[in-house]
Design a protein around this ligand. Structure first.
Ligand code: CAA
Length: 259
């Protein structure tokens, strides 16, 4: 448990809670704590899905500008690896991860959300990559994950302008997956995460890795990643259970154990 980030686990679903008033500005310490939380969620077999949540008012307003303002090129050149590292650690969680967003998800805050598999936002949410207004560009994965998610032209619009996008526009461009009343964001994200908690964990992990890794390589390499992941699942008990259950009782009735 860190000073600004804690992991609460209930019924197989972890909540990675960001908590650094007033705006969850992500300073270096918090970046380290997010990376630690991601490793904890990755390593704990009892955790089957996760929600990243910034609380009722704000998801996160980005990296801590006060901390970065006076950094030199030499300092940032070293620090920037850690800046990418904490969102990489989140993206590498081999389980379904849902970002639950109320209020602002800006800069590094949006980059945290982009490292999740799905984004549930409140009607009042505002999302953006405003770094250009600070004379910089996104540095925690934003130029890459945003463009992969919404396409290069939409990503360039957001990154070149720094403008804030409202929930309905974010939904229309595929930046978020579900818009709900602000008060329902966390409950809705938990509900989504809970769908996966009794699922075939290794197959879910294989699906996530095949899709994410496949997006970064040419089609033939992606197909090879899929083929290897697909074959490997035939070493799991859940594959035997899933297929036997189908043959004996029809689809969708298997009780999986997660390995
Ligand atoms: N870093 C440090 N402090 C921040 C912050 C940030 N990213 N965002 C907000 N704060 C602080 C404000 O300085 C203010 O502090 P004080 O009360 O001590 O003055 C406090 O949080 C409240 O903020 P505002 O008074 O500005 O609140 P608001 O409701 O008027 O506006 C906001 C909210 C739209 C989020 C506005 O604060 C804002 O634009 N924040 C900066 C957003 C931003 O540029 N994010 C990108 C950061 S760079 C980055 O993330 C790089 C990367 O890729 C990793």
């Amino acid at each position: 448990m860190g000073e600004f980030v804690r992991v609460d686990v209930e019924n197989g679903v972890a909540t990675i809670r960001l908590d650094r008033p007033k705006m969850n500005a992500i300073n270096a310490q918090m970046q380290g704590e997010i990376a630690e939380a991601a490793l904890q969620v990755s390593a704990d077999d009892d955790i089957r899905a996760a929600v990243i949540y910034g609380g009722e008012k704000v998801f996160a307003a980005g990296a801590d500008i006060k901390e970065m303002a006076e950094m030199s090129y030499a300092v940032m050149s070293a620090h920037s690896r850690r800046l990418q590292g904490f969102t990489k650690a989140l993206a590498a969680i081999p389980k379904p991860v849902i970002a639950a967003i109320t209020g602002y998800a800006l800069g590094g805050g949006l980059e945290v959300a982009l490292a999740a598999d799905f984004r549930v936002v409140g009607e009042g949410a505002r999302l953006g990559q405003p770094e250009i207004q600070l004379g910089i560009i996104p540095g925690a994965g934003g130029t890459q994950r945003l463009a992969r998610l919404v396409g290069p032209a939409r990503a360039k619009d957001l990154v070149f302008s720094g403008r804030h996008v409202k929930a309905d526009e974010a939904l229309a461009m595929g930046l978020v997956d579900r818009v709900v009343p602000d008060a329902d964001v966390y409950a809705e994200a938990l509900k989504l995460a809970e769908r996966y908690k009794n699922g075939p964990a290794m197959a879910l992990s294989a699906a996530k890795q095949a899709i994410d890794s496949g997006l970064d390589v040419d089609l033939d390499t992606g197909l090879e990643i899929e083929r290897l992941q697909f074959s490997a699942l035939f070493a799991t008990e859940d594959q035997k259970t899933g297929m036997t259950s189908f043959l004996e009782q029809g689809p969708g009735k298997a009780g999986f154990i997660g390995h």
